[in-house]
Design a protein around this ligand. Sequence first.
Ligand SMILES: Nc1ncnc2c1ncn2[C@@H]1O[C@H](COP(=O)(O)OP(=O)(O)OP(=O)(O)O)[C@@H](O)[C@H]1O
Ligand SMILES: [Mg+2]
Length: 368
Amino acid sequence: MPSPTTPFAVEINDLNHHFGRGESRKQVLYQNRLAIKPGEIVIMTGPSGSGKTTLLTLIGALRAIQEGGIKLWGTELAGLSPVEQVKMRRNIGFIFQAHNLFDALTARQNIKMAIELTDVPAAERDALADATLAALGLAERVNYKPRNLSGGQRQRVAIGRALVNRPRLILADEPTAALDKDSGANVVALLRKLADENGTTVMIVTHDNRILSVADRLVNMIDGNIVSNIRVKENAVICAILKQCTVFKDMSPSDLTDIAQKMEQEDFTPGTDIIRQGEIGDKFYVIAKGRAQIITASTTDVSRPVTLIKEGAFFGEVALLRDQPRNATVRAQESVTTYTLSKENFLAAVRAHKSFEEQLATQLFHRG
Ligand SMILES: Nc1ncnc2c1ncn2[C@@H]1O[C@H](COP(=O)(O)OP(=O)(O)OP(=O)(O)O)[C@@H](O)[C@H]1O
Ligand SMILES: [Mg+2]
């Protein structure tokens, strides 16, 4: 099932969704797009009725996709047969509001139900179930049945059942709603550990402001639209780098954040060409780390020193602004990390931010 061709765990493309039919047919999701990498924790917020649960159930292959697509690790969910859907769901741990524990079974037996789907040897299942419950603060409750547990304790058993097999994706709808501050923090810490150690991708729908700090990415949904999608830590790093860059230096923090959100990191090994002279330009680059050489036809004249650019330098704008082929080759001299804007996002940013446009015009004039 894993596909080596995609770096993403979850890719949502132009996803629409409707409920009802005929007169009462109502659209609840509009043209949503989102891409999430393995190991990312995404927190989704938004008003009641905005479509968060609907989106989560579509990602979890619990509901059929009507329009657009969702890929999990490169495999498209739209059009999967029911058998393939079930197979896909084995990679996913669900923590939903209605937690569906088995009333006749103890907390330990409920967790073991999930373990039985795996190849964990029978002799180790009790210990694994008990360790999971202990990590959630339920060591004393392993032999309790759901009716003898509090709402928060039942919720933690449900969380344990979703985590115990270390799934590649966890989908959680308000997982901490019924929990006190300490249990909530405990659950969030466990999810963070799983994301860091196992590369598990975690999507949490929540109104709980106390857990926002665990997020790598914050997604806000309003009226069926993802209206913002911010990579929290990376965004701060990109903004700091953009600040050193002449074309961005006059920009306000919120304008910078707006641009930084749309940038993608790209890494280049020493000696590789980042762009090539004569090729069609499709991206704008800012160097975040490492040095690169600018090579033009005239540089092959060995008597001329090679021009080096480093952290904070930018390139690629001329081809995008003038719709011309690349006017130089830029080659990584050492390991280089760049942040890039697609042509579409670059041109939109130029149009939207006056100071960016002005600075670019000045630079272009000097570069000729
Ligand atoms: N099975 C259904 N049939 C018809 N309409 C539905 C169905 N499920 C959800 N809806 C409608 O779709 C919209 C989105 O609902 P959804 O449950 O995804 O919202 P939500 O963002 O999760 O809200 P909340 O924060 O209250 O859980 C709402 O207008 C809701 O009334
Ligand atoms: Mg909901």
